[in-house]
Design a binder for this molecule. Structure first.
Ligand SMILES: [Ca+2]
Ligand SMILES: [Ca+2]
Ligand SMILES: [Ca+2]
Length: 809
């Protein structure tokens, strides 16, 4: 008889659990925001790593991001039966199904029920799928009905094409693929078929046995259609049947008495001698904390000695793990060190006065220039991208959009739908892992650079920028401070929008889905030729300037007066900064600032006037301390007031003092909230922006009120960013100076499992109900691995402020 605790049990957090294995059933459901985010349905967390997700009734062999996802209509937990039942629905096909997952010893039974047969239109297409994480399975063995095989490292299996009429509808009717006029779509063939599959027979931590008597199992490679695809195991639902139509038994192997290796969080960038140095050690809840840990020093002759031995202090449980801390602040001697906790050793790191000196260099010298749009960007022997979007932008027609934009029926411009808007293919920055210009983000970017310039006057010049040649070269100084050139580049696009459109576009974005998911040289997203609907698709005009391929980008132009006001604000600051460097652009910016401000104020005068008075009163309450006194409210507003200090008198600063005292309490409150002492976000996009905002405000609160906010507080956010966080201890910044930065990010080179130096990952993605995650072998989940242009320029401010505090000039 198996001992109690060996079997899967339904726990208090509503998932099935045994030591080493968690089976989640729609703890995370498909939310529809970006459709299939590869984060939902039935999921398995196997020895600490989420290796299986996407368990659901799906309509494709290997679903892509924009294939339809089911809506969860009901979820029922039955403790007596030890089962979880989920109902799901595809509105597009009026198709309902139920999946019941029941613990059966060490396995779960997954059964699919239909009350009505599969609708004719998708019969033979709808099936039950689960998806396995490629990076955890490639090169490992599998057995199908006793036949040996190995998961391929790269997509190399076989495909067929089928008529488009047989393809289930994709999100909002968009198409992820360009069929080159064939009217056929690509469908992968299975790697194997059978009734019993054992995956990873060569790796006990990943081994799963899946069998079905009533249905055929088919194993596919989703990467055949999309680089972010997973391995998919599925059974097609039988035609014309109702009741219990498919039954699978899924048994994830558990290593006996498995205990997760401790994760020793520390700063990979190292520490300056006088700063607090506290490692946070994340422990399996079954792991017994040790009494002590050791700091080891690696001497110049390569030998190792004990530098410090100290007590390990318990912090307590936080979600699924237990946390202890090891304080080695007393060690101040510069040198090379590592931490040893039991048998776990960290990689080495520095204690040295200069560890923060280079923290922003990769971001300013490499990441930012690579994201300059409408330029050829080169570095040494490598070209990052050619000049993108040479044909410019078309007026967007009325449309819904795949990246959450809309264009209403009225263009609100002088242009007709699909008419070319001249002059927009200049300046601006790629949004993130994609290549659109989000106007709001680009305004933030210019604001962040202006703030950096006015606060720190960075003279660093490592980038050659020629607007005339539309050419950028990394690591080639040209005599002009780079930040000034970045401000100019951002303003060039924003001012062009104001001049050409009359107001700010909400975005300049892709018109077709099949070039939106582009991975590769940005210059090849479009064909560089003006779209001419009188030509056939793929046909080029005799003069070689026009084509019948509708790939041109669109400008979404519905007017938003508050966006115009934001732009007016940044134009005024930009005019101030650019004066004496580019007077002509400074003048154009000032002219548009005045015009946009007047027009926007007229447009929203009534509404806004009321709001502004209310806001002024609230600010006054807040400053005089008669507000709600809630320090979270203080935290929201403090930065704005701190930013005004240099422009105001001493009395203003003194008036802020009580608020800063409250803010000090707010900072300390995080020591109780979680073991890492920073605001940790639990949203669908991990919270690096909130953490950076927090870090910037702490830095400035310390600069202006060092007697209230001590210098020790400014390291909270850098510790977190550089490795002191849950899941693993790698730095979230692809950064100069860190010993072990993350190795993969969701940059536009993600298909190469690579990164763009200086990128800042969003960080720890929270999966309900209790799992933090940051894959470092799988770049494709944007919520944990993408870096945005606004976030990365925010990091430049945070890093510049920190450098100034740590080593004042
Ligand atoms: Ca975007
Ligand atoms: Ca330069
Ligand atoms: Ca084109």
């Amino acid at each position: 008889m198996p001992a109690i605790g060996q079997d899967l049990q339904l726990n208090d957090r509503e998932y099935f659990e045994r030591q080493g294995v968690n089976v989640l059933v729609f703890s995370n459901s498909f939310n529809g925001g970006f459709n299939d985010e590869k984060n939902s349905g039935i999921e398995i967390i196997h020895h600490g790593v989420r290796t299986v997700q996407g368990g659901a009734v799906r309509l494709n062999n290997t679903p892509e991001q924009w294939d339809l996802v089911p809506k969860m209509t009901n979820r029922k937990v039955d403790r007596e039966k030890g089962s979880i039942e989920v109902s799901m629905r595809y509105d597009d096909y009026d198709f309902d199904s139920r999946v019941v997952v029941t613990a059966k010893g060490k396995a779960v039974e997954i059964a699919v029920y239909l009350d009505k047969p599969v609708p004719e239109k998708i019969a033979g297409e709808a099936g039950f799928n689960i998806e396995l994480l490629p990076s955890q399975y490639w090169l490992k063995t599998f057995l199908m009905d006793g036949r040996l095989n190995r998961f391929p490292r790269y997509a190399t299996s076989q495909t067929i094409t089928r008529p488009n009429s047989e393809k289930p509808r994709q999100f909002k009717g968009f198409k992820t693929y360009d069929d080159r006029g064939t009217d056929r779509f690509v469908d992968p063939l299975p790697l194997e078929t059978g009734h019993q599959l054992i995956v990873a027979t060569d790796d006990p931590s990943r081994m799963i046995k899946i069998s079905s008597d009533d249905a055929e199992l088919k194993l596919f490679d989703g990467r055949m259609l999309a680089q972010n695809g997973w391995f998919v195991l599925r059974s097609v639902l039988p035609k014309g049947k109702t009741g219990k139509v498919i039954t699978w038994t899924v048994e994830p192997h558990a290593i006996p008495n498995w205990i997760r290796e401790p994760n020793i969080g520390f700063s990979q960038i190292g520490y300056i001698p006088e700063q607090p140095k506290v490692a946070v050690i994340e422990l399996d809840k079954k792991d017994k904390p040790l009494a002590t840990a050791t700091l080891m020093r690696i001497k110049a002759d390569g030998t190792t000695e004990q530098a410090f031995k100290g007590d390990v202090k318990e912090w307590g449980p936080y979600f699924k793990y237990n946390y202890v801390k090891f304080d080695f602040s007393s060690v101040k001697e510069p040198g090379v060190y590592f931490i040893q906790y039991g048998n776990t050793k960290t990689n080495d790191f520095l204690i040295d006065a200069h560890v923060y000196d280079k923290i922003t260099d990769a971001t300013t010298d490499v990441w930012v220039p690579i994201h300059m749009n409408h330029m050829y960007v080169t570095e040494g022997y490598r070209t990052w991208h050619g000049e993108p979007f040479k044909e410019g932008y078309l007026q967007a027609p009325e449309s819904d959009h795949f990246d959450l934009h809309r264009q209403g029926p009225n263009t609100e411009t002088k242009y007709k739908p699909l008419e070319h808007i001249p002059g927009l293919n200049i300046g601006g920055f790629f949004d993130a892992g994609d290549f659109d210009i989000e106007t709001g983000s680009n305004i933030n970017v210019v604001q962040n650079f202006i703030r950096t310039w006015e606060l720190f006057h960075p003279q660093r010049d490592e980038t050659f920028v020629s607007q005339e040649q539309r050419y950028v070269e990394l690591h080639r100084p040209d005599g002009v401070p780079d930040v000034l050139q970045f401000i100019e580049h951002g303003v060039l696009n924003l001012v062009a929008q104001a001049e050409q459109i009359g107001h700010m576009a909400s975005t300049l974005s892709n018109s077709i889905l099949d070039n939106y998911h582009h991975l590769g040289d940005a210059a090849s997203i479009t064909d560089g030729l003006h779209y001419d609907p009188s030509l056939k698709p793929y046909e080029v005009s005799a003069d070689g300037k026009r084509s019948g391929t509708p790939d041109d980008m669109w400008a979404f132009t519905n007017r938003n007066p508050s966006l115009d006001l934001q732009a007016a604000g940044v134009f005024t600051s930009a005019a101030r900064v650019l004066k004496g460097y580019n007077d002509e652009l400074a003048e154009r910016a000032q002219k548009q600032a005045d015009r946009l401000r007047n027009e926007a104020q007229q447009l929203q005068s009534q509404r806004r006037r009321g709001r502004r008075n209310a806001q002024a009163e609230a600010d006054n309450d807040w400053l005089t301390g008669t507000g709600d006194g809630n320090y979270r409210n203080v935290a929201r507003n403090l930065q704005t007031f701190l930013d005004s200090i240099p422009m105001k008198d001493a009395a203003y600063k003194e008036k802020l003092r009580p608020a800063v005292q409250q803010y000090a309490e707010y900072i300390k409150s995080f020591d109780k909230e979680n073991p890492y002492g920073v605001p940790i976000g639990l949203g669908n996009w991990a919270g690096v922006n909130a953490v950076l905002n927090f870090g910037i405000t702490v830095n400035y609160a310390h600069i202006y009120f060092p007697d209230i906010i001590s210098k020790d507080e400014v390291y909270r956010v850098s510790n977190w960013l550089y490795g002191c966080h849950p899941y693993h201890n790698y730095s979230f910044v692809a950064v100069v100076g860190a010993t072990r930065p993350k190795q993969v990010f969701y940059g536009n080179n993600r298909a190469d499992f690579s990164f763009i130096p200086g990128n800042v990952a969003p960080g720890l993605l929270f999966r309900k109900p209790d799992h933090f995650e940051n894959y470092d072998d799988w770049p494709f989940l944007w919520g944990q691995n993408e870096g945005t242009i606004a976030g990365n320029t925010q990091y430049i401010i945070f890093g510049s402020a920190l450098k100034n505090i740590v080593s004042p000039k």
